[in-house]
Design a protein around this ligand. Structure first.
Ligand code: WTA
Length: 632
């Protein structure tokens, strides 16, 4: 794959031109650098109507053979994984490629002994410990479909995901360490599993020193099952289009959807984008601070770096524990060369000033990245000046759970960078901006709906168990296009700037929530008649959640009601989805046909009271006055 590494901007332009005029030839070239058990017959067949996209049809492979067998000859003793514990003084753990290979095989054999076979769904609900990476790869080794659920989701959310995927096994831990806190995870799993009929076993890793209860015959300790397994496990032969994993993400309607990615295309695209965007070179130490519970962790902690033979860093803790210098201490400790984090983390560390950054030697850094939400100009400059010392290129990676890999981004040090602009599309990616009528906007400096006009190898294939939903959410807003849900602008040079979601998705600290999902949670509370949730700008989190709630008018103690709402959201989704502001209102602004006018609520939440627009068509315009008057 090395000869596909873009080294100059004109090379990028050439590769880009070629990739869009001859996509099949281009991706043939990239794919042929991997290890396939059988070669493909068709590089690509697709239509966006069904939708149906198929890459490298007829080929077979196993992605873990491409991480291990393909790299072992030259990388056996190189570090694959460095794990930094929550406590700075606790021992770290490292795995060479060979050690990780054996650990993955042992776990894979353990899963097999529990009866897990190709195509089975395995839910992984673990903190950021090496066994999370190991479990993910063990599933891939035997063709089981992993569904990682971020360990901050509640029992209800976990149960929903387990049931939707019809998983047979949960892999979890007794608890987790996060900053100064230890939290139980097993209790959450027990509660979730009690509401499911499909789970046969729970595999439990010991991470903390808390006690947890084990259900006989169902629950198995990791340390009793895995370490005694054989260190070799043959890789299961997978079709290119067999599912590799499911990852749940929020959309504008209903419950989170299980985005499905497949083996061949996802492998080719994550490795290709990792190598180029981060300009991977032998010996590089790549640290992405995301959690593997999100797509960024899947693609740029686990699969992308390991496919390329890089060393990937995993961190158990949080940026501010035990102090705001922790990230930089880790960069210095491991001589990190590529660092990727979210704007939220940058903004929260900015608040501590420059001193914690200046204390550490960050001179090993070559490229720094930002991902997950739009980055404001101030944070961009702070990041480049203080972390990148004014010289490191900043790559702003725009992409989505559904896209599998980075789509629009700078290529470290090679393409021009412009603060707040993600930049140019990567080779193979064909973005367009559409207007309301679905026509392509050809001139620059205009805002439009960001869509893709052709498939790339790691495009979403389906939403698990419900293909109609996939079509509805992504392929029916604009016929013949994949719709991202984002608004964007292009400058005079063709660089893209992402403005943010234009649907009912809120991005809080880089975490996606659907407003409907939070409203449903709030409405679970018996005292609530109805609610409407919108996002509003927040200086650190990017966006925060504002809930307008209509509750039973007999309710006398609003403080209790507020607490109840917070409890319900915590139980239904998790603390990460808590509304920052809850305003009790006597009614919501609705059209005569009963539709909630969110536009008005958004303006109120943003404090943009002079631009509420026309309220005369509302069923009861007076509710707006009341809402404005009592705005928080
Ligand atoms: C937003 C995360 C601006 C966007 C990889 C997208 C961004 C959603 C950026 C996907 C960026 C992600 N600049 N906005 N660099 N990266 N987004 O699925 O709104 O968790 O649609 O994937 O995050 O979030 P997801």
């Amino acid at each position: 794959m090395k000869n596909l590494k873009i080294k100059t901007f004109s090379e990028y332009q050439k590769q880009y031109e070629f990739s869009v005029s001859n996509p099949e030839l281009f991706w043939d070239g990239v794919a042929s650098t991997f290890m396939w058990k059988k070669k493909w017959e068709n590089t690509l067949t697709w239509n966006f109507e069904e939708p149906r996209v198929s890459w490298f049809e007829g080929a077979t492979l196993n992605i873990t053979e491409n991480i291990f067998e393909r790299n072992l000859a030259t990388k056996k003793n190189d570090l694959a994984l460095i794990w930094e514990a929550n406590e700075p003084l606790a021992a770290n753990r490292t795995y060479t490629y060979e050690e990780l290979y054996h650990a993955v095989n042992q776990c894979a054999n353990g899963l097999k002994s529990l009866g897990v076979t190709k195509g089975d769904r395995v839910c992984i609900y673990l903190p950021m410990v090496p066994e999370l990476t190991i479990a993910v790869l063990a599933c891939a080794r035997i063709g089981a479909i992993h569904s990682v659920v971020f360990a901050g989701f509640s029992a209800t959310s976990l149960a929903d995901r387990i049931i939707d995927a019809d998983a047979r096994l949960v892999i979890t831990s007794d608890g987790l360490n996060r900053g100064a806190k230890q939290m139980s995870l097993k209790d959450v799993v027990d509660e979730a599993v009690a509401h499911t009929a499909c789970i046969q076993n729970v595999l439990v890793l010991k991470v903390t020193d808390t006690n947890c209860s084990m259900t006989e015959t169902r629950d198995i300790w990791w340390h009793e099952l895995i370490p005694s397994q054989d260190i070799i496990c043959p890789a299961t032969e997978m079709e290119s289009e067999d599912s590799l994993f499911i990852l749940y993400t929020s959309g504008s309607t209903g419950k989170p959807k299980g985005v499905v990615h497949t083996c061949g295309g996802y492998m080719v695209y994550t490795a290709y984008t990792f190598m180029n965007v981060y300009q991977y070179e032998e010996g590089d130490i790549h640290w992405c601070t995301a959690d593997i519970g999100w797509i960024t962790g899947h693609s740029y902690i686990v699969y992308g770096p390991l496919l390329c033979g890089a060393t990937t860093v995993m961190f158990e803790g949080i940026p501010t524990y035990p102090n705001a210098g922790r990230f930089w201490e880790i960069v210095e400790k491991y001589k990190v060369t590529q660092f990727l984090t979210a704007p939220t983390a940058i903004r929260s560390l900015m608040a501590f000033g420059e001193e914690p950054v200046q204390k550490y030697d960050l001179s090993t850094l070559k490229i720094i990245g930002t991902v997950g939400e739009p980055i404001n100009e101030e944070a961009w400059h702070w990041y480049q000046n203080n972390v990148g010392k004014g010289t490191c290129p900043v790559v702003d990676n725009w992409w989505q759970t559904e896209t599998g890999g980075i789509m629009i981004s700078g290529i470290g040090g090679i393409s021009p960078q412009k603060p707040t602009f993600a930049g140019y599309p990567l080779p193979g990616i064909q973005p367009v901006l559409l207007n309301q009528d679905g026509e392509e906007i050809l001139e620059n400096e205009q805002e439009g709906y960001l869509c893709m006009k052709a498939p790339w190898p790691s495009i979403i294939r389906t939403t698990y168990g419900n293909h109609a939903r996939c079509k509805e959410a992504y392929f029916s807003n604009f016929e013949g296009y994949y719709f991202t849900g984002d608004g964007a602008k292009r400058d005079e040079n063709g660089m893209y700037r992402i403005i943010g979601r234009i649907d009912d998705v809120i991005n809080v600290s880089g975490h996606r929530f659907g407003t409907a999902e939070i409203e449903n949670a709030i409405n679970q509370n018996e005292l609530i008649i109805e609610s409407a949730v919108v996002g509003y700008p927040h200086p650190i989190k990017g966006q925060s959640i504002y809930a307008f709630v209509v509750c039973d008018h007999t309710l006398s103690d609003l403080d209790d009601a507020r607490k109840d709402i917070l409890n319900t959201v915590t139980n239904e989704i998790g603390k990460i989805a808590l509304p920052e502001k809850i305003q009790f209102v006597s009614g919501l602004p609705k059209t005569r046909s009963g539709k909630i006018m969110r536009r008005i609520l958004r303006k109120v939440a943003e404090g943009d009271l002079d631009n509420l627009g026309d309220v005369s068509t509302l069923l009861d315009p007076s509710v707006v006055d009341e809402i404005v008057k009592n705005r928080i």
